[in-house]
Write a protein of this length. Sequence first.
Length: 348
Amino acid sequence: MKYFVCEGTPEGEYNASTKARRDVEYILKKMDFKEFYIQTKYGVQQNKLLKFKQFIDYRKNCKIWVKTIENLKKDDILLIQYPLLNSMLGFEKVMKKLKEKEVKTVLLIHDLDSLRFTKMPRVIKEDRDVINKASYIIAHNKKMKEKLIEMCGIDEEKILELGIFDYISEKEITLKERKKETPIVIAGNLSKEKAEYLKYLKDVKNVTFNLYGKGYQKDEAEKNINYMGAFLPEELIENLEGSFGLVWDGTSIDTCAGTYGEYLRYNNPHKISLYLTAMLPVIVWSKSAMAEFVKENNVGILIDSMQDIGEKIKNLTDEEYTTILENTRKISENLRKGEYLKKVIKNL
C-alpha cells in the first residue's frame, strides 16, 4: 500500500499545516496514496510554566509514532513531509524501526534547519540521522541534492529533485495585462526578523515596490513603497499587482546575506511558486538555487544586488517581457495541476 503521513486526526484536530503541505496531500490523494494518521499533538508554548508540559508531549509523540507504525507491513510505502509538523524527540528512532520493518520511506523535504542554521551541531546531527535512514529523499533542487550528498554521504540514486513546489489552485487564472515599468511585488512575511532587508528598500534607486503580507512597519521616509495589505494564499493570487515578484531574503539589499539569505542557495521558496502561479515573472538572486530554474524556463531575471533591478528592467525589451509573461503562463498551469510532484512520484 502507498501512504502519506497526516499528523493529527481525520477531523483535523492538531493539524496546522501550511498550504505547501496541504498541496502535497492533495496531489498524493490524486495518485492513490492513502492517509496514514499519526495522532500527535501540535503546539508551541510561550509560557515558561507550560514548557515542561510541552517537553512531555514531544516525548509522547515519539511513543505514538512507534505504536502507530506497527500497522504497516513489509514493502508498504510511507511518504513523510519533513520536518515533522508536530515536534517530537527521537524521530531517528522511528525511522530506524521503519527500516527494520522493511517499510519503504520517502522523505519529502520542506525545510532543512541543518542548511539554515549551519553553526548548530545538534540540528545537523538530527537531520543527518533521519535522512540517512530514509529509503528515498525528495530534495528541492540540484543544489540541495549536492549538499545532502556532501553532508550525509548518501547515494545520489536515493535523492530525487522536485524542481519547484506546486501551488494547487482550482480557480481559473487569466494572464493579466502587465507592464514592465510597474512596481516590483514583495509578498510574504514582512517582519523585521524575517526580512530585515526591507528597511533598506528606500535606498534602491529607480524602483517602486508593492508589499503584501503581515509584519510590515512603514517608515515615513520610504516614498517608493506601497503597502497593499495581507491576504489569504488563495486570495493573494488575484491581487498581486506589478511587473515582477521579488524572491529575496536576509539582511542586505546588496546580496542575500545572513541566515535566511544564505539559505536561498539551497531551498525552493514557496513564494516563487505563488508568483509564477499568478503569472507574475520573478526576480531572483543570481546565486540562489532557483536561479537555474528561472534561467532555463525564461520566467524572470537574475540579479546580484537589488540595485541592479532598475537597469535590468530598463534594458529588457517589450518583446522579451512578453515572452517571459507567456512562459509564466505555461509554468502556472503546471503548478496549479501539481505536475512537478506528480513527475517525481512517477519516477520514484
